[in-house]
Design a binder for this molecule. Structure first.
Ligand code: NAP
Length: 299
């Protein structure tokens, strides 16, 4: 089927929803956008890439595939509304940064025979929020996790996969529980640590030291704290809704920090061996341009 004959609905035209709309427009999909504020709706209309933009969830009825790109805490309400208004066969996916609770929520709310729900999560983003920061190459070479609830729905998984691939992303199938512990380790815990690095200087009582430290902070502090400058609502949702896994990940981090603290008292060679090993692991993860090039543990 031609992309122009495939109607894609995007609910929540912020960083993720707006970026998805921009790239899918370049690939000629027909788009319907739904957002909440007049300001975002007007900006989306000015892009001239949607057949329709409104604040009414009902307007996505008739779309073949719908991506729910709202904050995580709005998903339950969105799913409930979609379940009420959809009177045509459709695939619904989401982009929420947690998956087990969202899969359960979908199972609970999507009772309509018209809806096939396939939870998803693009592993791409920035610390910015809103449509002004959306850009079409956001998903280029990124991994996009999907967690099919019913693997027998091959046609639906195929169509969703085609759209995701057209966004530039590579699909990874993942169990929602493994996804949630993995993202606790590589996304949510780093967020907490990044905020704690900022806090450890910001909460200094010694004004002169604090001012001097912030004054000298260069690329090392900038790179390790970038995500602390992000969207507080998303931070709250991710940390709270994935709390069990974040706490497990923090325990693992505390063990690792204690191990590294000990290296401070080790002789130089022992400490250097540890640092070299970790430096090698890190170097294998990303290309010069920052893409994840990890090839698996045996790769
Ligand atoms: P965002 O830039 O704040 O965008 C969220 C959008 O949702 C806003 O534009 C807002 O619309 C819209 N919205 C909120 N309530 C709504 C409602 N009731 N009806 C319709 N639209 C509504 O946030 P984001 O970073 O794109 O995050 C969105 C989702 O992507 C979250 O579920 C998050 O977990 C997931 N995600 C984020 C990242 C990341 O790095 N940011 C990465 C992967 C996945 P208005 O502007 O009209 O108010």
């Amino acid at each position: 089927m031609l992309n122009s004959n495939i109607k894609v609905g995007i609910i929540g035209l912020g960083l993720i929803g707006g970026s998805l709309a921009k790239i899918l427009a370049q690939k000629n999909y027909s788009l319907v956008g739904v957002s909440r504020s007049d300001s975002t709706i007007n900006k989306a209309r000015e892009l001239n890439i949607f057949d329709k933009v409104s604040d009414k969830v009902d307007d996505v009825n008739g779309c073949d595939v719908i991506f729910v790109c709202t904050p995580i805490n709005m998903m339950g309400e969105m799913f409930r509304k979609l379940n009420e208004v959809m009177t045509n066969t459709c695939i619904i996916s989401d982009v929420a940064s947690i998956k087990a609770d969202i899969a359960d929520l979908g199972n609970d709310k999507f009772t309509s025979e018209f809806i096939t729900f396939i939870p998803g999560h693009p592993m791409a983003g920035t610390e910015k929020q809103g449509i002004d920061y959306a850009f079409p190459t956001l998903f280029n070479q990124a991994k996009w996790v999907i967690c099919p609830i019913d693997p027998s729905k091959k046609k639906e998984i195929g169509l969703l996969s085609q759209i995701i691939k057209d966004s530039g992303a590579n699909i990874i199938y993942c169990n929602p529980h493994i996804h949630d512990l993995s993202v606790a380790l590589i996304s949510h815990m780093p967020l907490l640590i990044s905020m704690s690095l900022v806090d450890s200087v910001d909460s200094l009582e010694d004004f002169i030291l604090k001012e001097n430290a912030f004054y000298l902070a260069a690329s090392g502090f900038r790179d390790t704290t970038r995500i602390a400058g992000g969207n507080p609502e998303l931070t709250h949702d991710m940390l709270n809704l994935n709390k069990k896994n974040v706490l497990k990940a923090l325990e693992m981090f505390e063990c690792s920090l204690a191990k590294l603290k000990k290296t401070l008292n080790n002789d130089k060679q022992e400490a250097m061996d540890t640092y070299s090993e970790l430096s090698e692991v890190r170097q294998k993860l990303y290309s010069e341009l920052g893409s994840n090039v990890f090839k698996g543990l045996s790769g």
